[in-house]
Design a protein around this ligand. Structure first.
Ligand SMILES: Cc1cc2nc3c(=O)[nH]c(=O)nc-3n(C[C@H](O)[C@H](O)[C@H](O)COP(=O)(O)OP(=O)(O)OC[C@H]3O[C@@H](n4cnc5c(N)ncnc54)[C@H](O)[C@@H]3O)c2cc1C
Length: 407
């Protein structure tokens, strides 16, 4: 047998869906498993065993990574409204704005309620649909095939997604190079099971007679001193009444459970893209460590982006945004790498993952949180709110500089 089902191993499937889109017989489809992750399934009545799905699988035929010298940059978009709507420093919007002048199409991940899926827009005015990190694996649908069609038609295509989705696109294109394609990846430390937020939705349905309409995992709340909160928007099941619930990001159960690596996709624990060489033209991330190695870019905690230009094409675009719509500067690449775990090593599987996953099926949201979310430690509370926040460190840095310049 030559199709994808032979020796299938969930650890070696990132769910990029390239095998689904490449099948001329439409014999492969994605099915959700008990943990909420989607995997390919072959319909043997339709399959002619041509082997195409195996040939383009990134775990069987690895996708080439760029080996050119990489440059790192940090900073934020100049438009403060867009910066507020973006997860980090709005680098994605700055890049889209510069690359897409005419005859373009932009691919990205958008959310509808709890679901996340890839789609495309042909007008930059709609870019807000793709802004904000949605911490759930997006359903790719027909995006690779659509992108290829646009590329062949001569349109400029900006394709954004996780590293394995960019690799999925490259695998789907089977080595065909297009000068009109720009790929932008988010630096990614894995995707969580969607079952946890579905439990949260169950709770909202029971307690508020409402359902979740939007999840903003890192809402920049200008009313909050430390800025980032998790914001849940809900609407009544019976009328149009709506509301929001906000909680500090760092003390929220979702973040606690996910960052403890209890519910990541199995393949994320052995991710193929946690190296400094990348598949995409440009990699985007949070500027972790900003208060330590480039405090001038801290931007009052309103968001700062790390941009890694991996190819000549990527470098050209980054140079343009720095001239046109983005405030920032080049950084030392090795320093940037030091603070970017997902560019160096995969996350480690939590030994309790299986027990957590079993509980995810049987327990309600509150019981799950009580058992598995770490309570806010005194140390974290103190470091966040009393002493040593990044904001304070940057304030001290500014004071020191002012003092030095007066001397
Ligand atoms: C699942 C996930 C894990 C991440 N992990 C890290 C990390 O460990 N370290 C780090 O530094 N940065 C991480 N990021 C990236 C970071 O959160 C920002 O997305 C990135 O810095 C871009 O922010 P921005 O302000 O430029 O633009 P924004 O406008 O906020 O970014 C939007 C971009 O993200 C893409 N996107 C959003 N959600 C998804 C999704 N579910 N799947 C695919 N693409 C998506 C959109 O298509 C668009 O290109 C992660 C992002 C995601 C989605």
């Amino acid at each position: 047998m030559k199709n994808i089902s032979e020796n299938f191993d969930k650890n070696n499937c990132c769910g990029c869906e390239a095998c689904v889109q490449v099948c001329p017989q439409k014999a492969v489809c994605m099915k959700e498993d008990g943990e909420g992750f989607r995997y390919p399934e072959v319909n043997f009545d339709l399959c002619v065993d041509c082997g195409l799905c195996r040939k383009i699988c990134q775990y069987i035929e690895s996708v080439e990574k760029n080996t050119e010298e990489q440059l790192a940059f940090g900073g934020h978009i100049n438009d403060s409204e867009i910066l507020n709507e973006s997860t980090s420093g709005g680098a994605f919007s700055a890049i889209a704005d510069c690359f897409c002048d005419e005859n373009y199409v932009i691919f990205g991940a958008e959310s509808k309620g709890l679901d996340v899926f890839h789609s495309y827009i042909m007008d930059k005015k709609d870019l807000a649909r793709f802004r904000r990190s949605k911490y759930s694996q997006s359903i790719i649908g027909t995006s690779y095939a659509d992108a290829e069609k646009f590329l062949k038609d001569g349109k400029k295509v900006l394709f954004s997604g996780t590293p394995c989705q960019i690799a999925g696109l490259k695998a789907f294109l089977r080595g065909r190079q297009y000068t009109n394609l720009l790929t932008v990846e988010v630096i990614c430390e894995g995707v969580p099971s969607p079952l946890f937020v579905r439990k949260l939705d169950e709770k909202i349905r029971k307690t508020k007679n409402a359902y979740i309409t939007d999840l903003d995992y890192r809402y920049k709340d200008s009313n909050k001193w430390d800025y980032e909160v998790m914001r849940i928007s809900y609407t009544s099941l019976h009328n149009s009444a709506s509301g929001t619930i906000k909680s500090d990001r760092w003390f929220n159960p979702f973040w606690s459970v996910w960052l403890n690596h209890l519910m990541s996709r199995p393949s994320c624990y052995g991710c193929l893209y946690t190296t400094h060489n990348r598949v995409a033209d440009i990699s985007l991330g949070d500027l972790w460590g900003v208060h330590l190695y480039c405090p001038d870019l801290y931007n009052s905690n309103r968001g700062a982006s790390l941009i890694i230009a991996n190819t000549k094409h990527g470098k050209m675009i980054v140079e343009t945004i720095l001239e046109e719509n983005f405030t920032g500067r080049e950084l030392d690449f090795s320093q940037a790498l030091k603070y970017q775990g997902p560019m160096r090593k995969s996350i480690a599987e939590n030994p309790d993952r299986e027990r957590f996953m079993n509980d995810l099926h049987t327990m309600d949201y509150d019981s799950l949180c009580k058992k598995w979310a770490k309570p806010s430690s005194l140390k974290l509370l103190i470091s966040k709110y009393v002493y040593g926040t990044n904001r304070q460190k940057v304030w001290w840095w500014k004071m020191k500089n002012r003092f030095k310049s007066q001397k």
